[in-house]
Design a binder for this molecule. Structure first.
Ligand code: SAM
Length: 247
């Protein structure tokens, strides 16, 4: 687990190729000093990605629409997106709705086939109770009537694309900190255990923590030296993944 201090455009490319890249760049939508849209990083990230890897980018619809051409220019194809729903959000003067969500979009190299991009389907155990209908069995399996039973935990289901998760409000060390359980879902889906994860805008190290907990190798980069130091301290305090094997 390493967090470099500096500009990701300068420091990250030489450390590739990465199996997965996550980028939570400044959206460039507020007057905050650090919130300036950054140019050039996407092409460099794309060049530092393995052919079977993918890039998850966080953003708003505004920020994706404003940068759509950059994705096309470097031949990154849009695969799917998730919505992170938060318990609270932001609201600007002219807004009609309080914004309580962020988007994260997964893209992959245009010359690759989607089926070749690493994917480990994630399921959720929190589905609601449901009635499971059974079909009539063929006679040679013995006489079992069609019927139904109630599955009280609902059984495992494919994870939903809208993911509700409380943000780190009140205990965050970064003003736009992601709860580490969110990148952990993306990491488990898109990066094999032991592989290399590139965290281009590391912030508080939330994604690094997710890597440490899930057994992926992490290399992050953060331009703000104070924040980078906080991220390093955070990661040093997280117990490493032990692989889950018998001891
Ligand atoms: C939206 S925040 C990321 C927050 C992070 N997801 C977290 O959970 O803490 C974007 C971060 O990118 C950093 N940043 C801005 N420009 C950068 C650059 N050129 N290279 C590396 N980091 C940069 C900012 O300092 C900021 O901490």
């Amino acid at each position: 687990m390493i967090v470099l201090t500096g500009d990701c455009r300068e420091h990250m490319p030489s450390h590739g190729p990465f199996d997965i890249i996550l980028a939570d760049p400044p959206y460039g939508e507020t007057s905050l000093a650090w919130d300036r849209r950054l140019e050039g990083w996407l092409a460099l990230a794309r060049a530092a990605l393995k052919p079977t890897g993918s890039i998850w980018v966080f953003g708003s619809l505004h920020s994706f629409m404003a940068t759509a051409e950059r994705f096309a220019d470097v031949k990154l194809r849009l695969a799917q997106e998730i919505v992170w729903e938060k318990q609270n959000g932001t609201c600007f003067h002219a807004d009609r709705f309080t914004r309580v969500h962020e988007l994260a979009v997964q893209c992959y190299p245009g010359e690759a086939a989607w089926r070749d991009i690493y994917n480990d389907v994630q399921t959720t155990p929190d589905a609601a109770a449901r009635t499971v209908h059974r079909k009539q069995r063929p006679p040679h399996t013995g006489h079992i009537d069609a019927g139904h039973y109630v599955s009280h935990d609902g059984g495992p289901r494919l994870m939903r694309s809208v993911i509700y998760m409380r943000n780190a409000h009140g205990r965050a060390i970064h003003p736009t900190e992601t709860p580490s359980a969110l990148p952990e879902i993306l990491i488990r889906t898109s990066c094999p255990e032991g592989d290399l994860f590139g965290d281009f805008f590391a912030g508080s190290g939330a994604a690094g923590e997710a890597c440490r907990l899930s057994g992926r190798r992490h290399l992050g980069c953060e331009i703000d030296p104070d924040m980078a130091a906080k991220a390093r301290a955070r990661l040093a305090s997280v117990l490493p993944f032990d692989g889950g094997g018998a001891s």
